[in-house]
Design a protein around this ligand. Structure first.
Ligand code: DP6
Length: 330
């Protein structure tokens, strides 16, 4: 329901997230309903801050991201804001000012934190009060992974089966303080990635001979990861997360033309993580649609993991983070 928000302005912060059981493929491209569920962790130290200001004099929405006008992104932003305009029963355009504190679109999930922060701020600017589930559904239509950044800690996205996407939303599984894992992100390339996840998924679904097997394998992986998280069983989570990540990339490698998101340093980092684990360090890797490697560490393992990954040739920068909260107003 709309309540009054005199200033027509609101600001929010949302953390980036990455998946331990991946979202890769869509059931409905128009409603952006995923073909598979996913499980992620929301980060504390990598986030987007977004301010939304209603501008009755504007004829179209405006976006300024990291200090630059981004007219190329405005169509997707407007489509997402339209969902909230419709709920509020207004037609007012908005000025969106957004800042990422980490490299935009380099496989570091800026669309996840970006759309989660946008939805949280725009909702309030329009004087709406949505439930977290409604927020997640709106954020999903901006970017599938954004549905998860509405929540903090460990989060599960349900693919759902309703034709209108009304049961396709994320839900919290476990709060960060209940299992305070930490992450190290090895940045091995900077700049925007060549093939975004959206077109990568489409290409995998239409041309990879392994895509059907990828989709079919997801329910058991989700069940295994859910059970491991509930039991705080790091070894079990490591096994399913690495297997799931490699299956996603196997499906992508086998697409035509092939999708190879890794570089040499990504592979070196993967081996470094596996060597550490063989030596008794509680760490596992995951990789998304880009060349950065994310290492998930049990409490106490971060220092050695960080030192080891920093020394891998080709690692340009090392980011670390604890798990963090969901999207919040500022
Ligand atoms: C590899 O959420 O960016 O990071 O819904 O098309 O915006 P759209 O895709 P997006 O895809 C994320 C893919 C992934 C895996 C994951 O985060 O689960």
């Amino acid at each position: 329901m709309a309540t009054s928000n005199q200033s027509g302005r609101a600001a929010a912060r949302a953390g980036a997230n990455f998946a331990l059981v991946k979202y890769w493929g869509k059931a409905d491209a128009r409603l952006n309903v995923p073909a598979v569920g996913s499980i992620s962790i929301t980060l504390d130290a990598l986030f987007t801050e977004t301010e939304v200001q209603l501008e009755p004099t504007l004829r179209s929405d405006e976006l300024v991201l990291d200090g630059k006008r981004r007219d190329e992104d405005i169509e997707k932003i407007s489509a997402c804001v339209d969902l909230l305009r419709r709920k509020a029963g207004v037609d007012t355009r908005v000025r969106v000012t957004s800042r990422n504190n980490f490299p935009t679109a380099a496989g570091l999930a800026s669309s996840a934190s970006g759309y989660a922060a946008l939805v949280r701020a725009a909702e309030t600017a329009f004087g709406l009060t949505l439930t977290p589930r409604e927020r997640s559904i709106v954020a999903r239509q901006g970017s599938g992974s954004a549905a998860r950044s509405i929540f903090g800690g460990f989060v599960e996205m349900r693919a759902g089966s309703a034709p209108d996407g009304s049961d396709s939303f994320a839900e919290p599984l476990l709060e960060s303080k209940e299992w305070p894992l930490e992450v190290a992100i090895a940045v091995t390339a900077k700049g925007e990635k060549e093939i975004g996840s959206r077109s990568g998924m489409t290409r995998s679904a239409s041309s990879s001979p392994y895509y059907a097997a990828w989709v079919a394998g997801q329910p058991p992986d989700l069940a295994a990861a859910r059970a491991a998280i509930r039991a705080r069983d790091f070894a079990a989570l490591a096994e399913v997360a690495e297997h799931n990540c490699l299956k996603m990339h196997a499906a992508a490698f086998a697409a035509l033309p092939p999708l190879v998101y890794w570089n040499g340093a990504t592979m070196e980092c993967l081996h470094a993580v596996r060597r550490l684990r063989a030596a008794g360090v509680a760490v596992f890797f995951t990789i998304d649609a880009g060349p950065q490697l994310k290492a998930v560490c049990a409490p106490g393992a971060l220092t050695i993991v960080e030192r080891t990954l920093r020394a891998v040739p080709g690692v340009l920068e090392l980011l670390t983070s604890a798990l963090g909260p969901g999207a919040e107003l500022r």
